[in-house]
Design a protein around this ligand. Structure first.
Ligand SMILES: [Zn+2]
Length: 71
């Protein structure tokens, strides 16, 4: 069972209650849920979103641009 977009649409950031974006890996697998406003990415463990700030990854700000996922 995988998470689909309907579930993502139901989830909000626990901090700002804002919408979350799906974070995917190179194989297009859903690996985290990202809050753009807080620059936090919440991990998904075994298909279960972990909506804890203490577990969230800080999304790097583009102060040090690295070539990745360029179109
Ligand atoms: Zn947020």
């Amino acid at each position: 069972m995988t998470i689909d977009h309907r579930l993502i649409a139901m989830l909000v950031c626990p901090l700002c209650k804002g919408p979350l974006e799906a974070g995917r890996d190179a194989d297009n697998r859903l690996v985290e849920l990202e809050c753009v406003a807080d620059k936090l990415a919440f991990p998904i463990h075994d298909g279960i979103p972990v909506m804890l700030e203490s577990e969230a990854r800080t999304i790097a700000t583009p102060t040090n641009p690295v070539p990745q996922l360029a179109p």
